[in-house]
Design a protein around this ligand. Sequence first.
Ligand code: B4P
Length: 215
Amino acid sequence: MLNLVLFGPPGAGKGTQSEKLIRKYNLVHLSTGDLLRSQIVAGTELGVQAKQLMDQGLLVSDEVVIGMIEYKLRENQSVGATAPAGTPERDRSVGATSVGGFIFDGFPRTVPQAEALDQLLTHYNTRISTMVALVVDDEELTRRLLKRGETSGRPDDQNEDLIRRRVTEYNSKTRPVADYYSQQGKYVAIDGIGDVEAIFETICGEIQKATVGAE
Ligand code: B4P
C-alpha cells in the first residue's frame, strides 16, 4: 500500500501533481484545502470559521483538519487493509479493492498534524511510505498563485500580501514537518520548477525507490 505525503509551500504544485499521481497509482486523494473549501461552499459552521482564517492566509486549527482526515480515513476503511486488525472490516477489506493507498495533499502542515497522522495510520495498520517535497522559490510561488487567482476565484490567490502571508505561515509552521519526516528517513526533496510532466516523472522515480523492498 502506497501512502504518500505531497509537501511544499502554497502554489508548489501539490494539487497539480496529485491529480496525475492519483490516476497512475489509483490513490484516494485527501486534500485538506479541498475539504475545507467544500465546507465553505456548503456553508457549514466549520466552513464559516475556516474561511475567516483562509481569507487571511492563516492556517486552520489542527483540531479541525485532523478531525476531517480522521473522518475521511474512517470513510475509506476498505482501502487496502486499513481497517483495524481483528475487526470484520479488516477481513472484508483485504483484497476487496484495487485502490492502492492514500495521497495526502496539503496535510500535514504542522508537526502536531504529522504526529496525529502517524497515530491514525498506526490504528489502521499502515504508515506513510514517503514524503515528496516540491521545492519552489518565493518569487515563482507568487507568480503562479497570482496567475491562478485570475481564474480560480480563490480570494487567497488574489492579493500579493496575502500570498506572502501564506508563505510566512509555511516557513514558520509547516517547514518543520520536513524535519519530522527526515528523521524517519522518509523525506525526499525535488525541484518543483519546470515542466509539469518532467516533475511528475521525477516523483514517480522517487516513489519507485521508496517502495522497492517495502511490503
Ligand atoms: P491548499 O488548497 O492546500 O493549496 P495551495 O497551498 O494553495 O496550493 P498547491 O500547492 O496545491 O498548488 P497547485 O498545485 O494548485 O491550501 C489552501 C489553504 O487552506 C491554506 O492556505 C490554509 O489556510 C488551508 N489549509 C489547507 N490544508 C491545511 C492544513 N492541513 N492545516 C491548516 N490549514 C490548512 O499549484 C498552484 C498553481 O501553480 C496552479 O495554478 C498550477 O497550474 C500552477 N503550477 C503547478 N505546477 C506548475 C509548474 N510546474 N510550472 C508552472 N506552474 C505550475
